[in-house]
Design a protein around this ligand. Sequence first.
Ligand code: BG6
Length: 484
Amino acid sequence: MVSRTIPVDAFDLVIFGGTGDLARRKILPSLFHRFCAGQMPEGARIIGAARSDFDADDYRKNISEALHEFGDAEKADKADLKAFLDQLDYVKIDALGEDGWETLASKLGRGVIQAFYFSVGPSLFEGLAERLHKYGMAGEQTRIVVEKPFGRDLASARELNRALALHFDEKQIYRIDHYLGKETVQNLMAVRFGNMLFEPLWNSQYIDHIQITVAETVGVAGRGEYYDRAGAMRDMVQNHLMQLLCLIAMEPPAKFEPDAVRDEKLKVIRALEPVAPDEIVRGQYEGTDTQPSYVEHAGDKSSKTESFVAIKAHISNWRWAGTPFYLRTGKRLKHRASEIAVVFKDTPHSIFGEEAGRHRNILTIRLQPNEGIELGVTIKEPGPGGMRLIDVPLDMSFADALGDGATDVVDAYERLIMDVIRGNQTLFMRDDEVEAAWAWADPIINAFVDAGDTPLPYDSGSAGPSDALMLMHQDGRRWREIRK
Ligand code: BG6
């Protein structure tokens, strides 16, 4: 079963980098899924634009293979697959030259939404924006979608924003952070702002600390060159973890509307304090008998890039002063498991006496896998023999609660691409937000680069370097176990 759908308006979607990895793995499979869900109008067209010497049929063949490998093509109706492929077209284009641009312009429909997905490196963004303008494709109905990394520091992000703003209004620019498209991430907002239960307690008076974990089992094989220039800080923290932190920490926006939400997120980022050197732990995975190490994947034996990072972050405002946010993310860890844990304070006094035991309430939002929300509550251990307290989960796994199929998770990209067509920017980052996130991350990155710090080694399949545990132990706290 695919999710409930409302068809969108007719559109032309041009994918620059249309034969690239992201297009084949995510963008086209997502569009196909939406097509099968009946969300793509008949007149919709998807035009791949890249350097390869393809014609439309070659492109359809290429994408058909991608849909078999990464999408639902095996399960899908053959007629659906053919109908979807028939909506594809291709233009050979020179992103930084003049070849192909007139052909592209001539293929676009009039009076329909035109979206251009920049699924290419940021060095091409400016050239693409310029040519869209020059060849008459930067009209009011135009939207551009730009992928991360959006720059590699504040200066380069500013420069990109400036270059795009020469030809497009901010309302036409959709900066993707696919974490915002994840089902549970949006559920986080539903839980916070759709229930009376949590919000009165959602502050430093009642919350001891918050943990945000994004653990991955994959390494950086195949993308070592990109990753080694980025590291976990640029690849994950400045964007994905920052967005999760914002949604947890922001004030209730007046409306679930783009600027209302983004204004509140921006205030959170601006209230983040600088991170001190003893509030960050960086790690790099080692190899095993059968698996290469980080430096082998990166192709640089002396690489000092981190594949793991743990940070203690502070938000200086009335709501959060005194409640730390512990963030950690890494590659080649024990399990693929991402969650946010909101750890409440102890009750002020135990009427049962300390021997009965004490447990804290923990609200856990599981992003992946097994999406769901769990609230740990204290109850009496059943049976005679006095009052002993135990901790039991009130568990709402979406699959259990909503029934089979209801949680066939719509990929983040499906939702986000459809939002572009609908013209809804709520789940996209605004220029000032991206810049503020870099303004926080830059000094952290510069500090360890300038100091020549070497990341700590950690075993593949572990929970990261042991110093990351210390980051919490020294505060009398501990990380939650990384569980499947
Ligand atoms: C990407 C990062 O943005 O997100 C990758 O570049 C990372 O390094 C990926 O693996 C994680 O996304 P997800 O959706 O698998 O958690």
